[in-house]
Design a protein around this ligand. Structure first.
Ligand SMILES: [Zn+2]
Length: 97
């Protein structure tokens, strides 16, 4: 099992900005080493199976767990719970591409 940090996220564009959901993310092992760009589907599967843990750090190095999230619009994505940290840690990440 590896702990990964989410470095950046790419979001679906167009339509309601409220539903600009993350569809892929670049992650790298907390311990260092090569990172990789993963479809959100793969990240969700690894979280579900408990293979790997994914974390997001804010500018103050506060680290919170990345969780699976299914939006009311049906889009299956990931997020950090807004109540894990006030401004929703993962939502502040910039785009990868
Ligand atoms: Zn949505």
């Amino acid at each position: 099992m590896t702990d990964y940090l989410v470095m950046c996220v790419d979001r679906a564009s167009g339509g309601d900005p409220k539903h600009s959901h993350i569809y892929q993310a670049f992650v790298r092992p907390v311990s260092g080493g090569m990172g990789r760009l993963l479809p959100v589907k793969d990240i969700r599967r690894e979280i579900k199976l408990g293979y790997h843990h994914f974390w997001s750090e804010d500018g103050r190095s506060k680290r919170v767990r990345v969780k699976r999230y299914k939006c009311e619009c049906g889009f299956k994505t990931i997020r950090t719970k807004p109540d894990d940290i006030q401004d929703d840690n993962l939502s502040l990440k910039g785009p990868c591409t």
